[in-house]
Design a protein around this ligand. Structure first.
Ligand code: TA6
Length: 299
């Protein structure tokens, strides 16, 4: 593990990780957002809008923004909470031939944000291997009062050429449909086909989902999150999003491990962890399990 000097700690330079096999990823200090992930022998797997940054005050449109302590507009805080607009510190970085990792952190004192009177430390560890990237998001209650929070890892998965996506491995579970504003019964199928605007909160975790679009198949494994959001504005919803190109609505799908209706409680001194591993393969390849990294917690 390489120690980071004080000048590097709060620099705004993006964090780049590489493996000897040719994988690379980029993490922005703004929001600790993993904005690019290119696996070895592969192509970009995450979506960033070409209009990102075009509207003052909005965070990056794409990558994997971290939602905390409020999901969407379900409370008094800004949409999706406070962390995606905050500049995080890089506190550690390490590089081995088959695994590179970085740790970013931000601290919040009570009342640093109007409507949030609690203290916490947020940390994100990113571990890159040739064909996978692992994110461990943790929150420590550094204050004196218990608080409840919502969270999500809002992963924007790139869809090659705007092809519809099949999400396999869904556990049939009730979901809240934000478009219909009602709870829905699940289809008794482990497959969700996406070819239209979709905005759902499933009452089941993304323990192991696969997203297949064209010949690309991504496997998602999450831990610590009891629910899963599936969102895309698709072609018909893009124009309503100011920092998204009108032709970009079908270029991504968000699959988000989340804790929304099942908010998490954190007592003083305690820590919560949410985890997400993404594994890339072409659809013709057999499943490939990532090699365990030395200090990672498996989702
Ligand atoms: O996570 C899904 C969602 O809450 C959608 O309803 C949609 O609004 C999306 O997040 C994007 O939110 P944003 O604040 O990034 O525009």
């Amino acid at each position: 593990m390489i120690k980071i000097s004080r000048s590097q700690t709060n620099s705004m330079v993006p964090v780049l990780l590489y493996t000897a096999g040719g994988a690379q990823c980029t993490i922005l200090r703004e929001g600790a957002n993993l904005v690019s992930w290119i696996p070895a022998n592969g192509s970009e797997q995450l979506f960033i809008s070409r209009c990102s940054g075009s509207v003052d005050g909005l965070p990056v449109r794409g990558g994997i923004p971290l939602v905390f302590p409020q999901f969407a507009e379900m409370g008094p805080l800004p949409k999706h909470g406070i962390l995606r607009n905050v500049n995080w510190d890089l506190i550690a970085i390490s590089s081995q031939p088959d695994c590179a990792s970085a740790t970013l952190q931000t601290e919040c004192r009570p009342f640093s944000y109007p409507g949030w009177p609690y203290a916490f430390r947020a940390r994100l560890v990113v571990e890159l291997q040739d064909h996978s990237v692992f994110l461990q998001f943790s929150i420590q209650n550094t204050g004196t009062q218990t608080f409840a929070f919502q969270s999500a890892m809002h992963a924007y998965l790139r869809l090659p050429g705007g092809t519809p996506a099949d999400i396999l491995g869904c556990i049939p579970a009730n979901y809240f449909d934000k478009q219909l504003q009602s709870w829905c019964e699940p289809a008794m199928s482990a497959l969700v086909h996406i070819n239209a605007a979709t905005d759902r909160i499933y009452q089941s975790p993304a323990t192991r989902l696969q997203c297949q679009s064209g010949t690309t198949r991504l496997t998602l494994q999450s831990g610590g999150f009891p629910e899963t959001v599936i969102w895309t504005p698709w072609r018909e919803g893009a124009a309503a999003i100011p920092d998204l190109g009108d032709d970009e609505g079908d270029q991504f799908i968000c699959i988000e491990p989340a804790a929304i209706y099942q908010a998490q409680q954190l007592a003083p001194g305690c820590q919560w962890q949410g985890r997400l591993r993404l594994l890339a393969e072409t659809a013709s390849e057999p499943d490939r399990e990532p090699k365990p990294a030395s200090d990672s917690t498996q989702p």
